[in-house]
Design a protein. Structure first.
Length: 223
């Protein structure tokens, strides 16, 4: 069943708790998160802890979108490949020195420590492995909009919420004639992004003894 319309609005600081809940529940069965938080009970408990730093960062320095009925949310960052960066950032989906940085004002050591403190050293270590692989694959040839997460609560999935969120985020990107980048966590998600102009970019990102993610690039509108 597909809902004909979804009311989406820009997110603000007061939406932090709602967005964290949406992402924590929406991604609970997502293969990469299951690879990081391997125990199901721990994943249930720690998923909000995992997403909270990203929510805080994006609501301060990025672009967030949320469904009016709190069924879905999306987080975006602007990546400037010409900006100076701090080495060894340890940030998931934050470009490293080779690729440039987002326009966000980040504190890499503090950001990294939040995961160690919140998830514990073993889960944090797996998270940092994923981060390193993401950093090595992230495009550095052109500044772009970066879709970190787009999530929908389980009972509203496959009803058009994700599409509405994606359209809301891509609208300003197209107006600015900017490219966009995302790592699709499943082939099904990759198919959704492909319908919105994203194209496969290189080989999948393979986690050690785990799932693969699919880097995708969307050229600027009209190119």
């Amino acid at each position: 069943m597909t809902s004909p319309t979804q009311a989406i609005r820009p997110a603000h600081a007061g939406d932090a708790a709602a967005i964290t809940h949406i992402l924590a529940t929406g991604f609970r069965e997502d293969p990469p998160l299951a690879w990081i938080l391997t125990d199901r009970a721990d994943r249930e408990r720690l998923s909000p802890v995992f997403f909270q730093p990203f929510v805080d960062m994006v609501l301060t320095d990025g672009h967030g979108y949320i469904a009016e009925d709190l069924s879905g949310a999306a987080l975006w960052l602007d990546v400037d490949v010409h900006a100076e960066t701090t080495e060894d950032s340890g940030e998931l989906r934050e470009p490293t020195t080779e690729r440039g940085t987002s326009e966000a004002e980040v504190q890499p050591d503090e950001f990294r420590q939040r995961f160690i403190d919140g998830l514990g050293s073993e889960y944090a270590k797996r998270f940092f492995i994923l981060d390193e692989l993401f950093s090595g694959s992230h495009p550095g040839h052109e500044s772009h909009a970066y879709l970190l997460f787009i999530g929908v609560v389980p009972d509203r999935q496959c009803q058009g919420v994700g599409t509405a969120l994606l359209n809301a985020g891509l609208g300003p990107v197209d107006q600015a004639i900017r490219p966009a980048y995302v790592e699709a966590s499943t082939k099904r998600n990759a198919a959704l992004y492909a319908r919105h102009g994203f194209e496969s970019m290189g080989e999948p990102i393979a986690l050690p003894d785990g799932p693969s993610l699919y880097p995708m690039w969307r050229p600027p509108a009209g190119s």
